[in-house]
Design a protein around this ligand. Structure first.
Ligand code: SAH
Ligand code: SF4
Ligand code: F3S
Length: 478
């Protein structure tokens, strides 16, 4: 693994260099097309979080720019897995699917297989692939993803596996091509990496240290997206509340939101994830002031036990978390609050678990992602000796899931009959007379409408709650 990058180029020079590689790659793709006798196809599969999804749009941007045609089918001429390693089952999925890919490659000699993303930052993974999955053509990590065009050229010109993984980077490379999954909404990275080292979590090891983008670059990107039809952005970072602390001069996340809110033509702003320890009063104020910011806060709890929260290195306790929720609700009464919870962290007792259940009951989350603790090699928690009994963990997990589901159903049904603002997002696939949109709290609503409505906000009466979504109709009087 390389410690750092090998050249001293600035971000802007690197962008220029990568465009030169894209020109070279275009020629290589043309040559391969002639050999293969058909237009080359590419398939980008994403595992993991929204940040990986955004990275995949960048990979696809380059692939389609150099001449590949996009397909969902993994029988493509170029298949890349953008991997996640946050939990063990994310890794297992990748190994399972690689088996299939090797069969496809046996039938298509032109096929190339690439792996990138968080899982590749783990030396043991790369070792295993080198040994047991020798048909893979290209492996790179999270820090050199902006070099994709260059690595692709190298790989197309080589007959052996190319592996290029860096430990970290301090570079942010702007303005590379992107191909968005949705025309009307987009993720926007505002920062990369994480400095928090929660004791169970591998992300800081595979995504490196926290780096924030300059506000002017973020604003320029969003203005460009709006000009291209985007009406909603999701500002992305592992801990958006610590955005800008290391910029010169520092900029707070609250002030970034205020700037983004001024962008003409933009309709909605979302963000994730917020770490409770860094959620400032000013951010709550900014959310209240800024008309485009959705009334939704994803606020990972992880555990309701103050004792475990301390071992998890989260830097808040149960009381502080509950006080934060009260503060949010006092300022923004209709705010939707969602969360992440881990069950089975080493040493979790019945009492600890009951504390978590207590927070869930008190907060009444609109929805919650619940995870069984997964041991990640290299994290402090993996070395703890008091790992939990899987049977107990499963029992707790089921109890928690039941509670969480009952609460979110009750919260969803409580909105039935109300008229709320909905952003029309797309024509319904099953029934083209319907438009599918989202509430500010991220819930889905289907309502009669026409495609011209897409990208606009409407007051929609939620006539029927179907559990996870609503049926509605535009309320002309509202
Ligand atoms: N940066 C975000 C979370 C990123 S990972 C934050 O701090 O909130 C998304 C979620 O995965 C985490 O919130 C946590 O609940 C879960 N997670 C992370 N590591 C895990 C592990 N080792 N086992 C189980 N769940 C884990
Ligand atoms: Fe992981 Fe904690 Fe960083 Fe979130 S804040 S990515 S849970 S270390
Ligand atoms: Fe997974 Fe990496 Fe995201 S480990 S959750 S894809 S930052």
């Amino acid at each position: 693994m390389r410690d750092l990058e090998v050249n001293n180029l600035t971000g802007a020079e690197e962008t220029k260099l990568q465009y030169e590689y894209m020109e070279q790659a275009k020629m290589l793709v043309k040559e391969r097309e002639i050999q293969a006798g058909h237009k080359l196809t590419c398939c980008v599969k994403t595992f993991g979080c929204q940040m990986n999804a955004r990275d995949s749009e960048k990979l696809l941007g380059i692939l389609t720019d150099i001449g590949y045609e996009e397909t969902e089918d993994e029988h493509a001429d170029f298949v890349i897995y953008n991997t996640c390693t946050v939990r063990e089952n994310a890794n297992n999925k990748v190994y399972g699917r690689l088996g299939y890919l090797s069969n496809y490659k046996n039938k298509n000699p032109h096929m190339m297989i690439a792996l990138c993303g968080c899982m590749m930052q783990e030396p043991s993974v790369v070792e295993k692939i080198r040994k047991s999955y020798r048909f893979v053509d290209l492996i790179f990590g999270t820090h050199n993803i902006y070099k994709f065009a260059e690595l692709l050229c190298r790989s197309m010109e080589s007959n052996s596996m190319i592996v290029d993984i860096w430990k970290d980077t301090d570079k942010i490379v702007e303005d590379l091509p992107v191909k968005r999954k949705y025309s009307f909404k987009s993720g926007v990275n505002i920062m990369f990496g994480c400095n928090n080292f929660c004791s169970y979590c591998i992300v800081p090891y595979v995504r490196g240290r926290e780096r924030s983008r300059e506000p002017k670059d973020i604003i320029r990107e969003i203005e460009g997206l709006v000009a291209d039809g985007v009406c909603e952005v999701m500002l992305l970072g592992q801990n958006v509340n610590s955005y800008g602390k290391n910029l010169n001069p520092p900029v707070s996340f609250a002030n970034l939101l205020r700037e983004v809110n001024k962008i003409k033509g933009l309709k909605r702003i979302r963000f994730m994830t917020s770490h409770p320890k860094d959620l400032s009063d000013d951010l709550i104020l900014a959310m209240k002031e800024c008309d485009k910011v959705c009334h939704h806060m994803h606020l990972p709890l992880q555990s309701g036990s103050s004792r475990l929260l301390s071992v998890m290195n989260r830097h808040y306790d149960k009381e502080q978390y509950l006080a934060l929720v009260d503060k949010l609700r006092a300022a923004i009464p209709d705010i939707a609050i969602t969360t992440d919870i881990i069950v089975g962290f080493p040493g979790e007792t019945e009492e600890d678990f009951l504390e978590t259940l207590d927070v869930v009951k008190k907060v009444q989350y609109d929805s919650a992602f619940t995870f069984i603790y997964s041991k990640r090699t290299g994290t402090p928690a993996a070395a703890m000796e008091n790992q939990c009994d899987p049977k107990e963990v499963k029992r707790h997990f089921d109890m928690l899931l039941k509670e969480v589901q009952e609460i979110s159903a009750a919260k969803a049904y409580a909105l039935e009959g109300q008229t709320m603002e909905v952003l029309a997002e797309e024509q319904n696939e099953q029934d083209p007379s319907l438009i599918t949109g989202r509430l500010s709290n991220n819930s889905v609503v289907h309502f009669p409408g026409t495609p011209e409505m897409i990208g606009h906000l409407f007051q929609v009466k939620l006539t029927e709650c179907k559990g996870f979504y609503y049926l509605g109709e535009v309320d002309a009087d509202a």
